[in-house]
Design a binder for this molecule. Structure first.
Ligand code: ATP
Length: 254
């Protein structure tokens, strides 16, 4: 499998009032095409900063990030924005849907921005909406949907351009456990059916148990990693053990 994201010795140092914070402190990661990759760690350990560096939203103070073999530091401004639009789909805890647009128009947005023809847009949306169980909701507005449905809309929008990577920051954070399971099942199926690479930050062991591989970070450094070996429940238990050894809190098992 080809590497999609490769980080080499990346650091992100924030400076405020003479104090330096090493939010990310020397991280080397290689994420392969088609991986469902998780990032876990305590609050303030650098998870979001690391995701923002991979997503080109932020740039490292030191080190190199290659995305599909391209050094991100060589791209700036419009070129970088276009690269991001073509290659990365985003999924956030709070859905980030536009309330005054229908579900259809929310999902269409990345395709419209890319100049795709209306007929093609509709065809693509109908296919993916059916996959995510959203066909009957396309002409509704976000306020008419539940949190779980809204997050499935956000996932459909993130996937509609077939990006190289989906970056998800706490995608189940605002969902009840049933909606969280539904979303994760959908992400898992997307990963298996379309070979989508997914990088997901989460503090939740159940959510992380859907990943193929999880890194645990502490103080901006990789402490260890776990790989799926057997079924999801087995991984879930190993994640809980790892969190416990890091002083974490146990979460409910399904
Ligand atoms: N813009 C910033 N300026 C200064 N310090 C920052 C900035 N962003 C993050 N930090 C600091 O960097 C460290 C890592 O933050 P980050 O948000 O990446 O952690 P996290 O693991 O995602 O935390 P959480 O789980 O609470 O969201 C923290 O100490 C945080 O206070």
């Amino acid at each position: 499998m080809a590497n999609v994201i490769e980080t080499k010795g990346i650091k992100k140092i924030y400076k405020a009032k003479g104090i330096e914070t090493y939010a990310v402190n020397g991280v080397d990661i290689t994420i392969e095409e088609g991986e469902f990759f998780g990032i876990m760690g305590p609050s303030g350990s650098g998870k979001t900063t690391l995701l923002n560096l991979m997503s080109t939203i932020d740039s490292p103070t030191e080190g190199q990030i290659n995305f599909k073999g391209m050094d991100l530091a060589t791209m700036k401004g419009k070129k970088l924005a276009e690269f991001r639009r073509k290659n990365i789909g985003f999924l956030f805890q709070d859905f980030n849907l536009l309330n005054n647009l229908s579900i259809m128009d929310n999902i269409a947005l990345p395709l419209v921005l890319a100049g795709v023809k209306t007929v093609t847009v509709k065809k693509k949306i109908n296919e993916l909406a059916s996959f995510f169980g959203l066909s009957e909701h396309l002409y509704k507005y976000p306020y008419q949907l539940s949190g779980g449905q809204k997050q499935r809309v956000a996932a459909t929008r993130a996937l509609i351009t077939k990006p190289a990577v989906i970056l998800a920051d706490e995608p189940t954070g605002a969902l009840d456990s049933k909606s969280a399971s539904e979303l994760l099942e959908n992400l898992r199926k997307t990963n298996e059916k379309f070979g989508s690479t997914i990088v997901m930050v989460t503090h939740d062991a159940f959510t992380a148990s859907y990943c193929d591989r999880i890194i645990f970070i502490q103080d901006g450094k990789i402490l260890t990693q776990l790989k799926k070996d057997g079924n999801r429940k087995n991984l879930y238990k190993r994640i809980l053990d790892q969190l416990a050894s890091m002083g974490g809190i146990n979460h409910e098992c399904d």
